[in-house]
Write a new protein. Sequence first.
Length: 256
Amino acid sequence: MIHFDRSQAPLFRITVTGDVDRDQIRAFYRDFKPALDAADRVGILVDMTGFGDISAGAMLEDMMEELGLLDDLGKMPRAALITGNRFMAGTIRYLNPVIPRMEMRTFLPDEAEDAAAWARDLPEKRRDAPGVRMIDSRLADVLAFEVDGYMDDDDMDDVVKPFRDRIDRGRKFNALARIRRFAGFDPEILVDKAVLGMKWDAIRAMHRYAIVTDQQWVRPFAGMARLVTQVDIRLFPLAEEEAAWAWVGEPVPQAG
């Protein structure tokens, strides 16, 4: 059963108990989506203390509905989940850095009041600014960019072009990415042919790739990347950015 309470604005409270089937998911979104459309910005509180199980059909239905809400995530800057399930809490901690425009946090059942207070306390609206931009490296063989916020599909064009121009020159180069804050990305980036083509060609054209960040979630992704590419990838904390620049600034070996 899913109970939706919107009487505590700016908080939407969702309570899930027992087993959930597809019809219940559909009924919930029939109420939830119009309420979200009519709202300005809301905090989301999902209490799953009494949750039992969910059918495969209901899970698929929920995933499809959530994908349809990606453009509205900016209206839900905070989402609190109350659960005693460690696996569920761990999943939220893992997904939090990559969900665009929304901060998610888990709370134990005895922290319900804290969860509601946190979700209701909406952060100030951020001024829209490019979430990804090129950095002038002042080095002939180094391309550098910074991630700080939400990456829009249009913002990526300003990064794709210099990388594409350099790749088309046919010489090896190094790259540096400074990641301050990652607030997700426009899903269109995943199917943008220019972005995908650039990434594929960059794998063969790059020699070294330095990632400068204090975001720990980047580490496993960098580890997986090392398994599928010959690019030398190294992580540096923000405090050691100077060392990262020195590393990518070393001469790049070129084919004879």
